[in-house]
Write a new protein. Structure first.
Length: 226
């Protein structure tokens, strides 16, 4: 006699659903933040291998000898774990926001800012011979985000967010002013290395200029509010 076997529900089905959701989330994350993710991974990789750090750091004499890639890769190198943690934390947070709003121009913007910051440090900081860190890039991303959102808020007559982003810009100017006067850096202790104010100023200038010249194409997009 033929019997019909009842097949119980697959026990792994919830896991499959969870895996599919994870894959979908990962795909969306990569789609909108591929540059930020790639740069963050390269930064971690360079820190994990000291030999790689030495070949990537912004060594002024090596750049003059033709190792021009250091103008880009020097920002991905760091002196210690604390330096890496704070720089990378700010970069991932700001980079994810900026790249999501400016996907097509983010990669080019990063390259331009990295080169300008590196050249500024080389030309104005004769007392040092090498440079590491993302802090100049981080400051530039913050300036880019602040100025672009301030313009968008003002254009849409959103008084609340206009005031919010204007205050954000004033705080950035105040931070830079404090660093110029005291020679110290806010928020991060720099016992193992010297923070370079010139990199912060250069990053701020480039970020603000980009935001003033080229707004995101989707000008009707809502301002970032979280």
């Amino acid at each position: 006699m033929n019997t019909t076997e009842l097949v119980p529900p697959l026990q792994c089905k919830p896991n499959r659903i969870w895996l599919q959701q994870l894959q979908c989330w990962s795909s969306e994350l990569w789609k909108h933040n591929r540059y930020t993710i790639a740069i963050a991974l390269l930064t971690l990789l360079s820190f994990a291998f000291p030999a790689l750090t030495s070949s990537m750091q912004l060594d002024f004499s090596s750049v003059l000898d033709g190792q021009w890639w250091r103008l880009l890769t020097g920002h991905l190198t760091h002196y210690d774990g604390q330096h890496l943690f704070w720089d990378l934390l700010m970069f991932v947070a700001l980079g994810a926001i900026c790249e999501r709003q400016n996907r097509k121009s983010f990669g080019l913007f990063f390259v331009i800012m990295a080169i300008i910051v590196s050249l500024t440090v080389m030309l104005t900081c004769g007392e040092i011979s090498e440079y590491r860190g993302l802090s100049g890039i981080d400051t530039g991303l913050f300036a880019w985000l602040t100025v672009s959102q301030l313009r968008n808020s003002y254009a849409t007559e959103d008084r609340y967010f206009t005031c919010f982003w204007a205050t954000s810009g004033c705080l950035l100017v105040g931070k830079l002013g404090f660093e110029m006067i005291t020679g110290d850096v806010l928020f991060v202790q720099t016992d193992g290395f010297k923070a370079i104010l010139e990199s912060h100023l250069a990053g701020t200038a480039v970020g603000a200029l980009v935001a003033l010249i080229a707004l995101p194409r989707n000008c009707e997009a809502k301002t970032f509010s979280s």
